[in-house]
Design a binder for this molecule. Structure first.
Ligand code: PLP
Length: 340
């Protein structure tokens, strides 16, 4: 019973697959402009305005090698050795490692027990060396969706301290109870990162996009040129098709799964109900390492909290799974909760 899965469990819709195959057969397989094909940048510019209320001209958009690629070139543009980048605990594990890879210093800021931003800790950790704050909403691993109010407050703090916000919005479509809000719509000094990996299940195709202040984007282009050259060409054509497709039925299905798992486990575990993404970050009923071992003994795989946090008090499950797997997973978890 594998509840560690970090990608959607639905296949790429056929129309998108067909668009990729068509591009390949039409010999659209060569290098393209580093910043991406015009068709996709135009479509992304429209999408950003409509869905995210971000005004970005096609020339201020880069089609990236998914969000990982976007994050990497954003940090290349923003930080010099020993510059500090703030991340919130719990965090997506790559943030910590990529900041280190770029010779930056990750500064970990606490969140409150409900995963809202702890502004006191944030303010105390901002220094002259702070270049960026990474925020991820909806969040991996907690499923937290940051409200407009919280993001406005974060933007105020960033503005006061002249800090760039890097907003990772890869799960923007997976929002179940509210509306997704993009901080880039109210704070110009934001690098907004988006992608097709989760929204369209295109994890292996490596297509994403970013926008932000012109002078930063220009520097990101240089890094993209010398690192990735371009995002895979035929899949950029497929992404144009992806933006036309209504994915809401998949989101509805994920909401059902969220509701099922949460209602089954809420009386057995301490869980903050996730409002987005497809994860739950659950308090371990006893020592997390022992608990993980007990899960394995019961053929259940979950991710230990220390992967995402300085603490090891929680574990992450993914509800991106077939219902029968979720049902079996929930049964094992219920049993283990009673162990102590
Ligand atoms: N950001 C977050 C929060 C993620 O969870 C992931 C993947 O799990 C990524 C970025 C990387 O995604 P991509 O496939 O777009 O590189």
């Amino acid at each position: 019973i594998n509840l560690t899965v970090g990608q959607p469990n639905f296949p790429i819709p056929n129309l998108i697959k067909k668009a990729a195959i068509k591009a390949i057969n039409n010999n659209l397989n060569s290098y393209v402009q580093t910043t991406g094909i015009k068709e996709l940048k135009d479509a992304v510019s429209n999408k950003l305005l409509k869905k995210n209320k971000i005004k970005a001209k096609p020339e201020d958009i880069i089609i990236t090698s998914a969000v990982s690629g976007g994050l990497s070139i954003a940090l290349d543009a923003l930080i010099d050795p020993n510059d500090e980048v703030i991340i919130f605990d719990p965090f997506f594990v790559a943030y910590l490692q990529v900041i280190r890879l770029k010779n930056g210093k990750p500064i970990v800021v606490k969140t409150n027990p409900d995963y809202t931003i702890n502004y006191e800790d944030l303010n105390s950790k901002i220094s002259k060396k702070t270049k960026a704050i990474i925020i991820n909403s909806p969040n991996n691993p907690t499923g937290k969706v940051y409200s407009e109010k919280e993001l406005r407050k974060l933007a105020q703090i960033a503005k006061k301290n002249k800090i760039t916000i890097i907003s990772d919005e890869i799960y923007e479509d997976f929002v179940y109870d509210s509306e997704h809000f993009s901080v880039g719509s109210i704070y110009n000094n934001t690098i907004s990162l988006f992608g097709f990996s989760k929204s369209h299940s295109m994890t292996g195709w490596r297509v994403g996009y970013m926008t932000g202040p012109k002078e930063i984007i220009q520097e990101c282009v240089k890094s993209q040129q010398f690192n990735f050259v371009c995002s895979p060409t035929p899949f950029q054509y497929a992404a144009v098709e992806a933006l036309k497709i209504d994915m809401s039925k998949y989101i509805k299905d994920f909401k059902k799964k969220r509701d099922f798992v949460y209602s089954e486990l809420k009386d057995y575990y301490e869980i903050i109900k996730p409002e987005g993404a497809f994860y739950m970050f659950i308090k371990s009923p006893y020592n997390t390492d022992e608990f993980i071992q007990d899960c394995i003994k019961n053929k259940l795989l979950v991710v230990p909290g220390k992967t995402f946090s300085k603490k090891n008090t929680h574990f992450r499950i993914s509800f991106s799974n077939e219902m029968d797997v979720l049902k079996r997973g929930v049964e094992v978890l219920k049993e283990l909760s009673n162990k102590n």
